[in-house]
Design a protein around this ligand. Sequence first.
Ligand SMILES: Cc1cc2nc3c(=O)[nH]c(=O)nc-3n(C[C@H](O)[C@H](O)[C@H](O)COP(=O)(O)O)c2cc1C
Length: 186
Amino acid sequence: MNILLVFCHPRNESLSGEVARAFQHGATEAGHNVEFVDLYHENFDPVLRTEDMYKDGNLSDYSQEVQSEFKRLNRNDAVVMVFPLWWWSMPAMLKGWIDRVWNYGLTHGPAKHNIKKSLIITLAAVTKSQLAKRDYSTAIQICLETGILDYNNIPDTKLVIMDDTSGGIEKCEEHISESFRMGSQF
Ligand SMILES: Cc1cc2nc3c(=O)[nH]c(=O)nc-3n(C[C@H](O)[C@H](O)[C@H](O)COP(=O)(O)O)c2cc1C
């Protein structure tokens, strides 16, 4: 498969960065073609402005940046997003990429996208039991997997929350290995 791997974290050497690269290694070893996108490094502008508000659904109506981002997304069969959980959701940078690029007539509405499979990997400081206490996992799943991936008609979707990121080296290594495994079995 051709996979667009969207990494969103200000620091490349973060645990999120390690997890993203582990997925890339696993997927590449398994024969997939991975296109790595680092939104901070590319200085993506996440602010949705008037020029990218709802159009008639034609790609050519949108800004040049949205047109080229959508073409990059759509020349792949799958999209994988790796990011830290910030306020029980995605960083504003990634949210802005979705706001602008996953636009009407591009990924939803009269859409023309080629994405068949999607995986979200988000890293949380809290433990699984802390997530369960207030049912945060369900809330995150509904907002990100149902609300974004399903809404955009991606047939095969998955969301993984990697917990307890301050839980020490063993926990971090466990997440990195798990990400490699998910890449190799994607
Ligand atoms: C702005 C901000 C908001 C955060 N919100 C949450 C949160 O809602 N839940 C949580 O478990 N951790 C939260 N965290 C902690 C991050 O998830 C944690 O730093 C990350 O999992 C560690 O991975 P990293 O080394 O790749 O940053 C937040 C951190 C920041 C900076």
